[in-house]
Design a protein. Structure first.
Length: 369
C-alpha cells in the first residue's frame, strides 16, 4: 500500500514528506495506522548523524499511538480496531530476559531491530524500489507501520492519541525511572537534573510516590514554573550557584539526596548527580543518553562509600504490561500529560517541530496525520 511518511534520506538533512510503499503484515505482525507521534531528542540525535547505530534512509519516530488496521496469522493479543502504542522495547514474555523478572530489555527481536529491519530480516518500507529502514522498530513518522505483535501495547478505546502517544517514550521513561528503577519511597529527597519532557515525568512520579524534597536543576530558569506545577519543591539554576554545585545540593538535602536522576545526557552532570547522593545509600539513575563514545567517571571511593550508579531504558517498563496502566493513570487524572504537549501540527511540519525542539521552546510537539 502507499503510505505518507517523513523520510530521513541522509544525516543532517531536513526530512522529506514522501509517498512510500509499505508491505502488509506477515505472521505474528500487525498493521497500525499512526494517528499521532511525539518528536523526541532521540529522533534528532539519530538524524544528526551522531548515533553510531543510525541508518539511512530511514523513517524516524518512536513516540506514537494509533489503531490496528489488519492482523497477520497467529496474532492473538490484539484485533482490528484496537488502539495501541508501538513499543521500541518489546515484551515477548518468552525470552530469557523477559522470564528473568530482572529487566525490561526483551531481546526477542533485538538483532533485526538494531539493523532497521523486521524480525524476518526484511524491511517493509520502500520508495520506488529503494529499501528504507525501520527505526527503533517503530517508525512513527509514517501514517501506517507494520509491527510484530510483541511490540504493541493495547490501550483503552477512549484514550486521545495526541496525548497518550507520549507514553510511548518520555512519560513512561520518567515515571518508570522513579517507580521501577529507583523505587523511590515516601519521604525520600530527590534531585532531578534536566526539566524537559523526561525530567518533568520524574518529578510527577516522585510527587506521586510521596517524596519529600523534589529539587529540580536546570540551566534554563524558564523551566521552573511548569516543574513546580508538576510537583518540584525547590529549583536550582547551576549558573546562579556560587561555587561547586555538588556541596550546594548536599547542604540543601542535609547530607545528600536519597535519589538523583540525570535527564540531560551530559556526562559531567552524571558525575554531579552521583556525587550529590547521600553517603551510604544514595542512588543515582542515568536516564539521559550521552553522545557516542563518551564515558562517565568518578572516584571509585564514591561507590565504596555506598552510593549506587544505575541506568534505565524506557523506565524499566515492560511495555505490553505497564503502558496500558499508565494510560489509565492519565485517563483517571493521576498524571498530567496535557501540559507537556505545547504544539500539535500536521506531519508536513515535521522540520518545524525539530526546530522548535532545538530552540528549547517546547517540551513536546505532537505531529498528526
Ligand atoms: P530535553 O532537552 O527536553 O530536556 C533537557 C533539559 O536539560 C532542558 O530543560 C535543558 O535546559 C536542561 N539542561 C541542558 N544542559 C543542562 C545542564 N548542563 N545542567 C542543567 N540542565 C541542563 O530532553 P528530554 O526529552 O527531557 O530527554 C532527556 C534525555 O533523556 C535525553 O538525553 C534523551 O535522549 C534521554 N531519553 C532517555 C530515555 C531512556 O530510555 N533512557 C528515553 C527517552 C529519552
Ligand atoms: O536491548 O540492547 C538492548 C537495547 C534496548 C534499547 C533501549 C533504548 C534505550 C533508550 C534510548 C532512548 C529512547 C528514546
Ligand atoms: Zn522477551
Amino acid at each position: 500500500m502507499d503510505v505518507k511518511a517523513a523520510v530521513a534520506f541522509a544525516p543532517s538533512q531536513p526530512l522529506s514528506i514522501e509517498t512510500v510503499q509499505l508491505e502488509g503484515p506477515k505472521s505474528g505482525e500487525v498493521l497500525v495506522e499512526i494517528k499521532a507521534t511525539g518528536v523526541c531528542h532521540t529522533d534528532a540525535y539519530t538524524l544528526s548523524g551522531a548515533d553510531p547505530e543510525g541508518l539511512f534512509p530511514a523513517i524516524l519516530g518512536h513516540e506514537g499511538a494509533g489503531v490496528v488496521m489488519e492482523v497477520g496469522d497467529e496474532v492473538k493479543s490484539v484485533k482490528v480496531g484496537d488502539r495501541v502504542i508501538p513499543l521500541y522495547t518489546p515484551e515477548c514474555r518468552q525470552c530469557e530476559y523477559c522470564l528473568s523478572g530482572k529487566t525490561n530489555l526483551c531481546q526477542a527481536i533485538r538483532i533485526t531491530q538494531g539493523k532497521g529491519l523486521m524480525p524476518d530480516g526484511t524491511s517493509r518500507f520502500s520508495l520506488n524500489g529503494q529499501m528504507i529502514h525501520h527505526y527503533m522498530g517503530t517508525s512513527t513518522f509514517s501514517n501506517y507501520i507494520v509491527l510484530p505483535e510483541i511490540a504493541v501495547a493495547k490501550i483503552r478505546e477512549d484514550a486521545p492519541f495526541d496525548k497518550v502517544c507520549l507514553i510511548g517514550c518520555g512519560v513512561t521513561t520518567g515515571i518508570g525511572a522513579v517507580i521501577n528503577t529507583a523505587k523511590v519511597e515516601p519521604g525520600a529527597n530527590v534531585v532531578v537534573f534536566g526539566l524537559g519532557g523526561v525530567g518533568l515525568n520524574v518529578i510527577q512520579a516522585a510527587k506521586m510516590v510521596g517524596a519529600n524534597m523534589i529539587i529540580g536543576v536546570d540551566l534554563n530558569s524558564k523551566k521552573r514554573e511548569l516543574a513546580e506545577k508538576f510537583g518540584m519543591t525547590h529549583f536550582v539554576n547551576p549558573s546562579e550557584v556560587e561555587g561547586d554545585l555538588v556541596p550546594y545540593l548536599v547542604d540543601l538535602t542535609k547530607g545528600g539526596a536519597d535519589y538523583t536522576f540525570e535527564c540531560i545526557g551530559n556526562i559531567k552532570v552524571m558525575r554531579q548527580a552521583l556525587e550529590c547522593c547521600h553517603k551510604g545509600w544514595g542512588v543515582s539513575v542515568i536516564v539521559g543518553v550521552a553522545g557516542a563514545g563518551q564515558e562517565i567517571s568518578t572516584r571509585p571511593f564514591q561507590l565504596v562509600t555506598g552510593r549506587v550508579w544505575k541506568g534505565t531504558a524506557f523506565g524499566g517498563a515492560k511495555g505490553r504490561t505497564d503502558v496500558p496502566k499508565i494510560v489509565d493513570w492519565y485517563m483517571n487524572g493521576k498524571i498530567n500529560i496535557d501540559d507537556l504537549v505545547n504544539k500539535i501540527m500536521p506531519i508536513e511540519q515535521v522540520n518545524e517541530a525539530f526546530d522548535l525542539m532545538h530552540k528549547g521552546e517546547v517540551i513536546r510537539t505532537v505531529l498528526t496525520f
